[in-house]
Ligand binder design. Structure first.
Ligand SMILES: [Cu+2]
Length: 279
């Protein structure tokens, strides 16, 4: 009986890490942002109608946020003269702030001394409207978390061969550096339990038992993560899932028998945050 049976089938194994899909989710946690100062400019060319076809498109940002007590800089970097006047063209100025005419290249500063959502407009070009939100310093604002889901797969192939007085379990992983736990039981008794690291894509384990139809050996492989041994914090990849096989070696088998191909997959979720303007 030989135990050097493993190489012929190896080249046909599929070695894959599949990145299958990207999905989007969203949750709405709270966070804090610095709004101690904001600069508002007219949209370029807003002296001619057109910018109003986009909501709040005539000022940039169209909806601005500043902390109560913070500084608002109205900077006219457009070629036409504009005003930034609290209120609306329909109802007139409300008085929170009014820059009067700000010539091209000039600016006007206002310390936000009143909280609220303040509409403002340009008296020269009444289609120009914007909103300034004056909020308590450190006020909560809505942050959207963008979730990206990546499905990672680890393929584990379990094969066995009968060797003299025992069984050799051969594993083939689709990744290098898989840390795993192998447990073999026979008739309710643990006949092999090891935590191991597969430096290469293959690994072998010897079991001092031979399975039979009446007493098969059950082999479980649990992926603990992919990465250097000992550096568990940096391990990646699917973990915790189980690949199983029933080992019933036929005595005298020459070719390695492939018992199980398990695809262990996880959905890895990474999160990025982006701030949503408050309307
Ligand atoms: Cu204007």
């Amino acid at each position: 009986m030989s135990n050097t049976l493993t190489l012929n089938a190896k080249s046909s194994f599929m070695l894959l890490l599949l990145v299958i899909g990207v999905g989007l989710g969203g949750v709405m946690p709270q966070s804090f942002a610095d709004h101690s100062e904001v600069t508002i400019v007219p949209a370029q060319g807003s002296g001619a109608p057109g910018c109003e076809e986009v909501e709040y498109g005539c000022f940039v940002p169209g909806v601005a946020t500043v902390d109560l007590g913070g500084k608002v800089i109205f900077l006219n970097d457009d070629s036409a003269a504009h005003t930034f006047s609290a209120g609306t063209a329909a109802d007139g100025p409300t008085g929170e702030f009014d820059t009067s005419m700000v010539m091209a290249g000039q600016s006007y500063e206002w310390v936000a001394d009143v909280a609220g959502e303040i509409d403002y407009f340009c008296m020269v070009h009444p289609w120009m409207v914007g909103v300034l939100i004056v909020q308590e310093a450190g006020a909560e604002e809505v942050v959207e978390e963008v979730h990206e889901e990546v499905v990672e797969e680890l393929i584990v192939l379990i094969s066995d061969s009968a060797v003299k007085g025992g069984t050799q379990i051969d594993l083939e992983f689709s990744e290098l550096h898989v840390n795993y736990e192998i447990t073999a039981t026979q008739d309710g008794e643990v006949v092999l339990q090891e935590t191991a690291h597969a430096m290469e894509s293959t690994a072998s384990h010897m079991i001092d038992a031979v399975g039979s139809d009446e007493n098969p050996i059950d082999v479980d492989i649990v992926s603990l993560g992919i990465g250097a041994p000992g550096a568990e914090a940096d391990w990646t990849g699917p973990t915790g899932s189980v690949a199983t096989a029933k080992v019933v070696p036929e005595f005298g088998t020459i070719a390695m028998m492939i018992l199980a191909v398990a695809i262990i997959s996880i959905v890895a979720v990474t999160a990025k945050s982006r701030v949503i303007p408050r309307f």
